[in-house]
Design a protein around this ligand. Sequence first.
Ligand code: ADP
Ligand code: MG
Length: 587
Amino acid sequence: MQFQELNLSAPLLDAVSQMGFTEMTEIQEKTIPLLLEGKDVIGKSNTGTGKTAAFSLPILEQMQQEDTDHVCTLILCPTRELAMQACDEIRKFSRFQKHVRPVAVFGGASMERQIYQLKNGANFVVGTPGRVLDHLRRRTLKLDQLKTIVLDEADEMLNMGFREDIEAVLAQLPEQRQTVLFSATMPPAILALTKQYQKDPILVQIQSAHRTVDAIAQYYVSVPMGRKTDALQLLLLAKKPNSAMIFCNTKKMVDELTEALTMRGFPAVGLHGDMKQLQRTQVMNGFKSGKNTILIATDVAARGIDVKGVDAVFNYDLPQDHEYYIHRIGRTGRAGKTGTAYNIISGRKQELEMRDISRYTKAEITEIDVPTSKELHSMAMDEEKQALLALTETEITDEAMVLTETILRHTEGEDGAKKILAAMIQQRLEQATKNLPTFDVPKPIRKGRRTGAKTVRVRINAGRRDRMAPNFILGALVEATGLQGTDFGKIDIHDQYTTVEVPAAESEMVIDTMKGGKISGKSVLVRRYEEWDNGKKSGGNYRKGQGKGQNGRNPDGRRGGEQRRSSRHGYNQNPRSGNYNRKRKKG
Ligand code: ADP
Ligand code: MG
């Protein structure tokens, strides 16, 4: 259904069409008519489905009736960015309604300016709960004549601990009012809130989670542990997104990755909840203006933020919740454009999670190889070739032509001219390739060769003193290398180090993969085990297949073989096998 078919006044319809909206989204189609009737509504729909327009247009239509100096509408949003964003959009919708005076109020910004705007006839307030409450307490904001309140991104507001603030605001509103709630998810806490504060609310739920991801091509790369940043760098260089969002699960990871990418010369900025408001605004402005083309964020920080033209989303960490996956990749492929999502995974566990996500979103997520440095090099060559060939289109100045002819007169025949051209091309090629990485990310080997394979031992510089247990070690190895638990042989834990039997054919891969890796939070070094390592004969097991025989004893008398056995099934069942097993998702 089209906006023009709605019973809206001309100034609103004109503004909507000036914004380029024609067809309504599902949530708009289902909620706008109800809201126009003045009903209390609960709207659930994914991020990016146009909820702002869904609640603003009916409110603006109501405000068409009268020109007031008191606040008749209040929108509560979880963050400053969302408040500003919603307020900007409302300004656009109301551009032909001079009597609508929107104002955004949020923390971390000048109180005076907000007070000034409130005093000077603002009648449509968009704000964060804390600051709104602040204004209420100072009596710089009065809501006694309010007609409509909207709780936007209600779930997020509750997540952020705004419940009490919201309730304090609601307590000051007139009984007779319209209460509207929009949310991307509908946890029980939300329903409790609606029960208490809404009157006969009508629930509108737009399901079709996967609908929004249809237009997004989804890929994953599987890389050895500790190589995600390298893989990301190669992907970014090969895919060259104009604007990309990268998601991490923790604030710490956002900081680390932002630093790593910046060091590698990418225009990246990080966004998370611990940052000061001013800093967050700067980050968002830098990203929206295109100064920084890469935004690294946590789910919460990026929630609801609408930036046009994001053409790629990267999941550096897979989200802990499948819903989040949809929210994340929904940042690209907006408004009918195609987008691309890349997932960077490491280890078997994440591979299984990837499969789960693919099933959940009913979308195909295709494995691709991490681009190699060689490929990047030849891509750069190719681009230069195209750029050079395109030079035939250039308008040549007289000055350049004169110099060219002089040079040609001074060179001997065609060979001389060729040499000059080649030298110039060479300069360009050097320029184009000088910052390309020279490293590659190996593919983790997945299929183990189990029985009868020749094994060698590797030595890990962590042992009983570091509280290593066989299943921590096996879990870490399996996770990192993609080999199976059964591919590894005996694990012997000594006081200060541990030896593990690994398939000879994979030993280098294992050592390489574990480089810079951690087990149970401890950084470890892994190398080939040498005979001299065991100068004291402190109880190493030499041969595989001797089972838990008498020579399987460790110095403290415990049997290596038994430890090994207990670990055999352990790596994915023990929820605490180091930092390789992040907490399972709730649902
Ligand atoms: P949500 O609040 O559901 O996350 P927004 O209200 O922020 O979504 O809208 C997401 C984007 O889609 C915005 O850029 C908005 O301008 C645009 N948009 C909303 N409705 C439509 C529509 N009917 N047609 C085209 N674009 C729309
Ligand atoms: Mg929104």
